[in-house]
Each structure stands twice: as structure tokens, then as C-alpha cells.
Write a protein that binds this ligand. Sequence first.
Ligand SMILES: C[C@](O)(CO)[C@H](O)COP(=O)(O)OP(=O)(O)OC[C@H]1O[C@@H](n2ccc(N)nc2=O)[C@H](O)[C@@H]1O
Ligand SMILES: Nc1ncnc2c1ncn2[C@@H]1O[C@H](COP(=O)(O)OP(=O)(O)OP(=O)(O)O)[C@@H](O)[C@H]1O
Length: 278
Amino acid sequence: MPSTDPSFDPIAEPARAKLNLALHVRARRPDGYHELETLFAFVDLGDIVRIRPGNGFTVTGPFAGALQGEGDNLVMRAAARFAERFGGGPWAIELEKHLPVASGIGGGSADAAATLRALARLQGVTIDALYPIADALGSDVPACLFGVTALGTGRGERLDPIEGLAGQPVLMVNPGVGVSTAEVFRRWDGVDRGPIGGGGLLDRARAGRNDLEPPARAIAPEIDAVLAALDALPGVILARMSGSGATCFALFDSIEARHGAALAVARPGWWVAETALV
Ligand SMILES: C[C@](O)(CO)[C@H](O)COP(=O)(O)OP(=O)(O)OC[C@H]1O[C@@H](n2ccc(N)nc2=O)[C@H](O)[C@@H]1O
Ligand SMILES: Nc1ncnc2c1ncn2[C@@H]1O[C@H](COP(=O)(O)OP(=O)(O)OP(=O)(O)O)[C@@H](O)[C@H]1O
């Protein structure tokens, strides 16, 4: 059991899910990563990381079971890197897991970023000073650290904030299958289909694509059923897979349309979540 100091209210940080409104894979790099252009956005839905002085790590929440028995949690890796650089601790850390694991919405990355932000608040460190640690933890962690709408380039770590679509209704659907990010990238066909275009965010996203959709669909054919279901719904502005899948999302023109869609797409074994862009 973790030991905690009950006199200290935990610092709680939201670990919001990320969406790739578009994801263009431009080139394979010699270091094994891929050169990307992506439109990062965040939703008002995610995990929660709570930290206070003490010892231990616990995972709670509806998707805690998916991480059972995994020793190498990104939360603990983030805390270890923070301690190496800035000192402090020991800490008692709780992760409340609401996001499906290995699902293209950056759950682990968001948890790592939330851990860094919580520890920074505890110890008076600036968010900007966390960037090198975030970069070393994973390609999506810098984007999750700042949690704002941004154009991501490089392997995803170079970020240019852009005007977002705060409040836009979003439905997220996962068919209940985990997909390995590395395997999806490995199966990319190597064809550069060009950059993300200009204009407002919605135009850029709609004119864009997710180049990881074909390889992810080959691994998890359930994605076809999710996208077919989303495409057919009234009020959909954009339906697409996020990241390396298998979670797909749809943007809606109204909360009512999103809610009707949530009821219409529900299937046994599918995770369906109503939320909005932040
Ligand atoms: C698909 C995205 O989620 C889109 O935002 C990210 O590019 C993946 O980010 P991530 O899960 O944080 O990825 P990392 O933990 O850095 O890398 C996992 C694996 O994905 C592959 N990978 C990741 C990012 C990238 N630009 N090119 C890659 O080829 C590499 O095989 C790497 O070993
Ligand atoms: N806190 C965590 N939450 C989820 N996965 C974690 C965590 N810590 C370690 N992992 C490991 O990381 C792997 C990828 O999980 P994650 O949920 O971040 O994938 P993802 O949503 O596909 O991310 P991305 O969109 O960044 O590729 C999991 O299979 C799991 O083994």
C-alpha cells in the first residue's frame, strides 16, 4: 500500500487526451523515427494525476486494469527524470485512468506531461524548463506538456501554437483493440503525399488526412467499422482516426448532433465518449 501524508491535499493535474486533426507522414528518418506534420488538438476529457509527499504509485479508474502488471509506467519515468534534474521527493502518485491504452490519443504521454506539470507546481519549476525532459520521454509528450492547439513538426516535438476551435463538440470512439504505434509506423508505405495546407484550422484539417490510417486499418480492421459508422452520422464536420489508432473522432456542428451520434454508434465492446475541444 502507498503511504501518504494525509495532512497534505494532493496536487491534481488533468492529463487531457490529444487528437491529431490531421497527421501527414513525410519521411522515414535514419534514427528510426518519422518526419511528421500534424495538427494537435486537445479535448476536455482525460486521466488525472494526483501527487503529494509520500511513497508509492497506484492506478485507479476504469482503465486501470489495462496497465496492471506493467512495471514501466510513463508516470514513474517522468517523475524519475524530474527528480534527476530538479531533485525533491519522495512522492505518492495516483493515476486515475479514464483513457483507453495504446489507442492513438496519447494517454501515456498526457500522463507523463501531467506528472511533470504537477511536480513543477510543487517545486516552483517553470513549464518551459520541463521541455527537455518531455522531449526525451516521447514524441507526443511536448505537445501534451503545453496542451494547446499546435502545428507539430519534426518527430512531433517542434510546436507552433495556432488558433484552436474551443468548444467544438467531439465524439471519440475506440473499438476496444490496442494498436502498437511502432508497428503502424513500420507499415507506412513510404509515400510522401505532401504537406498540410494553409488557412483556418478546420479547413486545414478537412483538406488533410491521417497517413497512418491505412496501416492501422490493416492491423485492426475494426477501425473500418468505426469510421463507416461515424461518416454516416448527421451533423459530422470531420471524421478521422487519431494518431496511430485505433481511436477515431468526429467533430460535430452541435451538441445535440453529437449526443444523437453517441447513442447511434454505441456497440458492445466499443468505448464512446462525448467531449469538446479545449
Ligand atoms: C502517432 C503519434 O501519436 C502522433 O501524434 C506520435 O507520432 C507517436 O508519439 P509517441 O507515442 O509519443 O511515440 P514515441 O514513444 O516517441 O515512439 C514510439 C515509436 O513510434 C515510432 N515513431 C514515433 C514518432 C515518430 N515521429 N515517428 C515514429 O516512427 C517509432 O517507432 C517509435 O519507436
Ligand atoms: N500511463 C500510461 N498510460 C498508458 N500507457 C502507458 C502508460 N505508461 C506506460 N504505458 C505503455 O505505453 C503504451 C502506449 O500507450 P498510450 O496509451 O500512451 O498509447 P497511444 O494512445 O497510442 O499514444 P500515442 O498517441 O502517443 O501513440 C501502452 O501500451 C503501455 O504499455
